[in-house]
Design a protein around this ligand. Structure first.
Ligand SMILES: [Zn+2]
Length: 77
């Protein structure tokens, strides 16, 4: 599964000395949700996904390495 990356420009953001800034933020659209780029991390190791490749498992995203690690652990020795 690949995460689609979408860039959204949000009006508002922080207002500093009366200057309204526009914030460019990159979101990742995955699992029917939009995730902050810095928030879409492997549920096991907390690292971002190389190339946006991840596996959805029990409503959480995992990278392939951790996903297979979980599978091996689950099925035991
Ligand atoms: Zn991981």
């Amino acid at each position: 599964m690949n995460a689609a990356i979408l860039v959204a420009t949000l009006a508002g953001g922080k207002e500093t000395r009366g200057v309204k800034r526009f914030v460019n933020e990159t979101y990742i659209s995955a699992m029917n949700q939009n995730w902050h780029l810095g928030c879409f991390l492997c549920a096991a190791c907390g690292k971002p996904f190389p190339g946006g490749r991840f596996v959805e498992y029990h409503d959480k995203p995992y990278d392939l390495k951790c996903f297979w690690g979980l599978q091996l652990r689950k099925h035991g020795s």
